[in-house]
Design a protein around this ligand. Sequence first.
Ligand SMILES: Nc1ncnc2c1ncn2[C@@H]1O[C@H](COP(=O)(O)OP(=O)(O)O)[C@@H](O)[C@H]1O
Ligand SMILES: [Mg+2]
Length: 286
Amino acid sequence: MTDQITIPSSVISHDKCDEALLDNISNDLLKSSNPSTTWQHDKTGKISRIKTKIINCEKVSSTTYYGMETELGSGFNGQVYLLQPEGKEKRKAKAVKVSSNESLLHELKISLLWPLNTVGLMIRPKAHLTTEIGEMLIMHKYDSPLNKIYMTLSSEQKLEALYQVSFGLAMLHSLKITHGDIKIENILYDKLKNRYDLSDFEYSRVNNEEERKYDIKCLMSVIHSILFGSSQTYETSNLKYYQDTLLKIGYSPIVIDLILDILMQDNYSAAEICRQCCIALEKFKN
Ligand SMILES: Nc1ncnc2c1ncn2[C@@H]1O[C@H](COP(=O)(O)OP(=O)(O)O)[C@@H](O)[C@H]1O
Ligand SMILES: [Mg+2]
């Protein structure tokens, strides 16, 4: 059987936001439980979700079993699998991240620092399980990581992605959290919601000025990949290359100027980059 931490829906105060706050979460909030939903992992490898409702003063439970099937992706700390509901077509598939170290607990704690469904940031994980095969994080299933789709984006979708990704980072920084590993593999796309969310918070820190600068540097690299379809190199980091390529993508001079302004400076905050991308997107649409 498994130990479960059910995710509370409360929002943590950010007035005294520092690393000690994360310790407080482990001692306090993580132990509280949500009485209506429980996740389990049994010896056969099945994951189940038990939902309990009170109907006519009686407790009624319904269980959904999930098979851990296809691998959705993997990284430094573990694998992510598709969780497919069995026999209940209407239930949505989920994703589960499995790791043999404690990084998933850290990710979960970080996610408790933002309100539920904060736009731009990964939808908060549903549960954390400690099982025989390692730690597990049950998550909303996204359709694709950005690294699999960025080559297929239209000119407008590119600007939309730039805007949303910089919005996510601006949101994170406004919560006094840094990401520490911004890259296209760690940005997940949800087609239905048309959302690009930051994910993978293993290296996230609280209140760290140096890390904030590092995040911006990595954001610039993501922006480069989205716009130019390649990683930044010496040859592809000059004004002439930027102008020619942006013109070929089909942007107007005013949109190009806005983008160049982001690419050619090095001291914008995520919020400033986001604002600039937002204006570029609006100019593109009009
Ligand atoms: N919730 C999810 N839905 C769909 N795919 C996911 C999800 N989370 C992760 N992935 C896929 O798994 C990969 C690795 O997950 P990630 O959280 O970045 O782990 P790591 O810390 O090992 O890099 C991602 O790049 C992505 O392709
Ligand atoms: Mg990753």
